[in-house]
Design a protein around this ligand. Structure first.
Ligand code: ZN
Length: 487
């Protein structure tokens, strides 16, 4: 691994004095000036010039102007952010590493950056430092960090109305390239897309257990499972692999980066399966008839209910002017995915995280589990402290259990949806704990002292971020697999 020298430039104020100092030294030597010489012109002792060149002192503007004049360059030239040479970049990076908190925490002496220290030695130290830092970051990837990252991401999505114009453009470009005019994306078109991007498809029975697909960039192959055990859409698996490639997804920097990559690849895959142009045409026609329905979108584009619901939230605000919320809730009542730009107040923990929180038992996302008819969509109006919302929920089953997938909108915009005439109503005063958190007095008084339940913990909430180059993936297994199939 090469240490990331140029990127070290921008994260601290220290940079300026270090880089400026190195540039001054370089210019001074180029002009054949000694430390004494420059000191005399500047009106300072040689030792002071050395302190400046070593980046141990910030320069005042007047000093910068004076130095620029003496060295016959502009101030802008002196302040250029890039290191004057590759060697200087290495030296600056080493200085910075030594001044950082990680180095300070190690029982190591400070290492003077001398000419006798070879480039290779500096590179090795920097690589070790980077690796140590990565390990620290990895260890710090606690559930708290994951939840903070999730919260940040949800804010970003809200600001963008869950719509990514540049990914829509990328999707359109790809579909145009294989002559797909719109409408549902067949398995054949998905394969054409793979070929267009230079990949052949290989269906194998021995795909590593920790992966959904493996892409071999050396031989231009995508390996996919022969049969999908979890009922996942095979197109979706392929399109996600292609999306990773198209978006240039690499090893994530941290958990936030990992989440962002996942959101973008999911988005692009969904935008390929439900192309914007035809989907919007379809939705606008439905809206004009007041027949908006996630089911219809699902059926028209032959995708899963969750993909249809996800895609609906991408396009609803941008193209239909309808604010929405989306919830995926486990049968235990905990939220696994959430999005809103309609102020539907989701339950949160102290850090503002929504994932893993219990949804009010009166919300559509919970009530749908009590409905015996699982084939028809369930609709409900819920009076919440912030207003009345209309929601449509449906249950889907995966290897992790049953989940409800819900799409909702405020009362004022419910009029565009099929199912707006439902008689199902509920009232929720959550987060007030008298709503559904506290047991009724009669039951509590009888059982409070005589009950001992054992909780079923949702392991994904407690586990730290999976480690490894690609989180959750067994790299050895993947490399062995590729080795085995090579040639
Ligand atoms: Zn409640």
């Amino acid at each position: 691994m090469t240490p990331s020298i140029p990127n070290r430039a921008h994260d601290e104020d220290m940079l300026d004095s270090l880089t400026v100092g190195r540039r001054i030294r370089q210019l001074r030597t180029e002009r054949g000036l000694t430390l004494d010489h420059l000191g005399a012109e500047l009106g300072r002792a040689a030792s002071q010039v050395s302190v400046i060149e070593n980046g141990k002192r910030e320069l005042k503007l007047s000093e910068l102007q004076k130095l620029a004049r003496i060295l016959e360059v502009t101030v802008d030239e002196l302040l250029r952010p890039e290191a004057p040479s590759r060697r200087a970049a290495l030296e600056i990076a080493l200085e910075r590493a030594q001044r950082g908190p990680l180095y300070a925490s190690l029982p190591l002496p400070s290492l003077p950056v001398r000419k006798s220290l070879s480039d290779e030695a500096i590179e090795t130290i920097l690589a070790l430092h980077d690796e140590l830092q990565r390990l620290h970051r990895e260890r710090a990837a606690t559930p708290e960090e994951a939840r903070r990252a999730n919260t940040e991401l949800r804010k970003t999505m809200r600001k963008r109305n869950n719509y990514f114009g540049e990914l829509e453009t990328t999707a359109k470009g790809l579909l145009d390239a294989v002559g797909h005019a719109g409408g549902p994306l067949s398995q054949r078109v998905a394969s054409d897309l793979a070929n267009h991007l230079g990949f052949s498809l290989h269906f194998v029975p021995d795909l590593p257990g920790s992966t959904r697909s493996v892409t071999d960039l050396r031989n231009g192959r995508i390996y996919l499972p022969v049969g999908q055990s979890d009922g996942a859409d095979p197109r979706s698996t392929l399109l996600q692999a292609l999306a990773c490639h198209v978006l240039g997804v690499g090893e994530p920097k941290d958990y936030a980066d990992f989440l962002r990559q996942r959101v973008e690849t999911n988005y692009l895959a969904a935008a390929l399966m439900v192309p914007e142009h035809t989907a919007v045409e379809f939705l606008l026609a439905a809206k004009s008839k007041r027949e908006l329905s996630v089911e219809d979108l699902r059926d028209t584009f032959a995708v899963s209910y969750e993909t249809a619901a996800h895609r609906f939230t991408n396009l609803a605000t941008e193209h239909l002017g309808v604010p929405v919320h989306f919830l995926k809730v486990h049968e235990s009542g905990t939220i696994s995915k959430a999005y809103e730009n309609d102020s539907a107040a989701f339950p949160t923990d102290a850090l503002g995280a929504v994932e893993g929180q219990l949804v009010c038992r009166y919300w559509s996302a919970r009530r749908v589990f009590d409905v015996s008819d699982r084939f028809s969509p369930y609709h409900q109006y819920t009076d919440k402290p912030g207003g009345t919302y209309w929601c449509t929920s449906r249950i889907q089953t995966s290897s992790q259990g049953h989940f409800s997938v819900s799409v909702g909108t405020p009362f004022a915009t419910a009029k565009w949806f099929r199912g707006r005439d439902t008689a199902n109503r509920a009232t929720s005063t959550c987060p007030d704990d008298s709503c559904c958190r506290r047991a009724p007095e009669s039951l509590a008084s009888r059982w409070e002292k005589f009950s001992l339940p054992s909780a079923r913990l949702n392991s994904s909430l407690l586990a730290a971020m999976p480690t490894g180059m690609y989180p959750g993936v067994d790299s050895t297994e993947v490399f062995e697999f590729l080795e085995h199939h090579d040639g």
